[in-house]
Design a protein around this ligand. Structure first.
Ligand SMILES: Cc1ncc(COP(=O)(O)O)c(C=O)c1O
Length: 241
């Protein structure tokens, strides 16, 4: 008998796009199929939308982008422009009701958490200000438009180039996967990250990937500048090897 099967899995948690690992975009309908499997076996589906949530894909959440409703969804980063720490969890009514109707005495607080910084007013003010700006400046739509430009720019610069293993773009983010240095996993991307940093460009190394995840206010010329700097740093890395 397998150690894990549908009978002892309570929940599945996934990022709609595996962002922290290096912007791995799922195959079409992957999340719909995951939803169907979870429904079939009574397993909760949880979306970690810390990266994909609040506009990164040009719409509110990855759940909207893929047309799949999870049972729970956690968010953080973009809700305060990634500057002030604030996170949250949204759940479907039946989960909320199960917590609220657990039969506890009236005076007990349901679903209690005792964080030192719970409900911090500065974080809440930052979130409210961020959400207002998202709305006033229609920034999710802008993220979608700028994402198209970023995608085109990355594919134009790197498609078919030596040392490039893959290019994955969707929404306002993208990853360039590099040919690793023999025997030194992750070092190529780390070296490129350092070189970019020295040139004034902040990218994120993840395994053999360089991930770009610019702010929603990024301009077309800044995207061009980012791709130009990254191109030079990657070329330097391969020239040195
Ligand atoms: C996708 C994803 N989930 C969860 C986390 C962790 O979030 P927190 O630091 O708010 O616990 C991160 C942090 O980078 C993340 O990228």
């Amino acid at each position: 008998m397998p150690l894990h099967d549908a009978s002892n899995v309570a929940a599945i948690i996934v990022e709609p796009i595996a962002g922290s690992a290096g912007w791995y975009v799922p195959p079409m309908d992957y999340l719909k199929r995951l939803r169907a499997i979870c429904d079939q076996h009574g397993i909760l589906l949880i979306f970690d939308e810390v990266i994909t949530g609040f506009g990164r894909l040009g719409v509110n959440f990855g759940a909207d982008f893929y047309g799949v409703v999870p049972d729970m969804l956690n968010f953080a980063k973009c809700v305060t422009n990634g500057v002030i720490p604030l996170g949250g969890v949204v759940c479907r009514e039946h989960i909320y009701d199960a917590m609220m109707n657990a039969g506890n005495p009236e005076h007990m607080i349901e679903f209690f958490h005792g964080y030192t910084y719970s409900g911090h007013p500065v974080a809440c003010a930052a979130a409210i200000a961020t959400l207002n700006l998202f709305k006033q400046e229609d920034l999710f739509a802008r993220a979608g438009q700028m994402g198209q430009l970023l995608g085109h720019a990355l594919h134009s610069a790197f498609a078919g180039k030596a040392g490039i293993v893959s290019i994955r773009t969707l929404g306002l983010a993208g990853a360039i996967e590099l040919m690793p240095l023999a025997g030194l996993p992750g070092k190529r991307a780390y070296d490129v990250f350092l070189d970019c940093f020295r040139q004034g460009l902040l990218v994120r190394p993840a395994g053999e990937n360089i991930v770009l995840c610019p702010p929603y206010i990024v301009s077309e010329s800044q995207i061009a500048q980012m791709v130009e700097t990254l191109t030079a740093c990657i070329q330097r890395s391969f020239a040195a090897a």
